[in-house]
Design a protein around this ligand. Sequence first.
Ligand code: HEC
Length: 395
Amino acid sequence: MLQVFSRSLSWLVIIFSTIALSQAVGAETTSPAKLSEQERFFENSVRPLLVQKCLDCHSGDDSDESSLAIASRENLLKGADFGPSILPGRSQDSVLIRAIKWTHKELRMPPDKDDRLSREEISVLAKWVDDGAFWASTKLAARPSATEREKPLKGKTVETDHWSFKPRNIVSPPNVDDARWAENEIDRFLQNERRKRQLTAVREADRRTLIRRITFDLTGLPPTPTEIKEFVADPRSDDDAWRSLVGRLLASPHYGERWGRHWLDVARYADTQGDVGDIPIPDAWRYRNWVIDSLNADMPFDAFLQAQIAGDVLAQKAAATSEEVRNLVVATGFISLSQRFGNSKKDQLHLTIENTIDTLGRGVLGLTLRCFTLPRPSFRPGSANGLLRAVRHLR
Ligand code: HEC
């Protein structure tokens, strides 16, 4: 029975295992979404600023002129000669913020006028303090040199053991004694596992239960009383009646609406641009509908991905009709929906691109590529040059 729809659903299954696993791989020790946003802000905006503008003179070495080390949150909370350097939640009163704003009585940081922080940089640090001065688990570290960044990391078997680097394998389904469970391959896997765990399967569901389950699964809606009645009374064999039911549901436009939603989650779809302004994106719905229509049209998964990542390029090459061109361009909504940061599109473009790469990595490769942006990743599944090429493409 399962075979009827297992093919159409198979790529969704792949996506879901991808998401589940990529979340497991990228799991943060504390998971609330809020935290990961704070972490992102710290890693993308705060850490680089402190490393580049302050760390040289505030490393905590005895040779530093200042006894203030800024290598950790604790150091900053403790502060030095001028008391605590930061008061989380109170940027106005924090010595560090007043020093970089040059509103402190004595301190002007960085001391050299030419190195003075820009207004954006000051507001990054002020926002960071006001939001509680979140600090990622690691200490600040000086940036490794370019050659060091390209070096493969030693002693991390995860690079080869990681599931998403393994070639796909054809496995043969196990043999099971019970003929009832040998009807299709998936049943055989399940039965095999049940036997190992000494579990007995429950009875087969009746038609009323089946139609309810499958209608919810494929369309997200309950079956109507008439549909239930018709299926229960269908004089054909269980197998034939089931096949035609599944066929009808897969052909329903609600199928794409139901299952497209899951891909839209992967693509972090929203009708607005994110960040504080939350400005509506007028044409976002076109991309949403493209996803739904693609599912309903049974578009192969490779074409589905290619259109979203490089639809604009494909549109130039192919001898496409104007409708195809339009659809290919709409598909790149996957990229153009990337989160915006701040008020000006240009200023924080690198963060927007980082968001795109993160979405691509998690959604398509089963990898959190975010680690590339850290100065010393514990695990780097490729070269920084590869990432730079991706950035160039996305720009
Ligand atoms: C060129 C070296 C240099 C750089 C770069 C620099 N500082 Fe300083 N910083 C100093 C010195 C020297 C002192 C001690 C000044 C004093 O005691 O008058 C100091 C003191 C401070 C203090 C007060 C510490 C205390 O004793 O309580 C803070 C806070 C501070 N710096 C923050 C920063 C921040 C934030 C940055 C980066 C935006 C930065 N500094 C960049 C040299 C530097």
